[in-house]
Design a protein around this ligand. Structure first.
Ligand code: RB5
Length: 143
């Protein structure tokens, strides 16, 4: 699958761990930065760039990482056509794909461990949208 990932300094470490795990599974992962966890950068810049990749069809799903995942999710959900979910548990990671057809996962590097982030990201990417009755509800989001 074509994926895109981005982070600010607060999410840099989990971004690197997730990127490596996804590559191991054969996914094509475009990394939009940031490129270190030391220099402070502005998460809205990275969130908007990642959402553009999805909206313009260059990636199917995206993963945004910041300190909490919250700021990234707020920016992402203001972009038309983006359905971003910030979460830290596996049940939500699965259900937001199955029922909400979420196309962006937001994670917090100060909330989850690297191992947890990898588990959540792999589950999110591997889980299909169920469609059916959920199709209509997801469509209503764009009305
Ligand atoms: C940066 O310190 C922090 O505010 C950011 O990573 C994120 O947690 C915002 O929601």
């Amino acid at each position: 699958m074509k994926l895109v990932i981005a982070a600010d300094h607060g999410g840099y470490n989990i971004k690197e761990a997730i990127k490596a795990a996804l590559a191991t599974q054969g996914h094509e992962v475009a990394d939009l930065g940031t490129d270190n966890g030391v220099d402070s950068v502005d998460y809205p810049v990275f969130a908007k760039a990642l959402c553009a990749e999805i909206k313009e069809g260059r990636a199917e799903l995206g993963i945004l990482c910041c300190g909490t995942g919250i700021g990234m999710s707020m920016v992402a959900n203001k972009q038309r056509g983006i359905r971003a979910a910030v979460l830290s548990d596996t049940f939500s990671a699965e259900m937001t794909r199955r029922h909400n057809n979420a196309n962006v996962l937001c994670l917090g590097g100060r909330v989850v461990s690297e191992a947890e982030a990898v588990e959540l990201a792999l589950l999110f990417v591997a889980t299909p949208f169920e469609g059916g009755r959920h199709e209509r509800r997801v469509a209503m989001m764009e009305d």
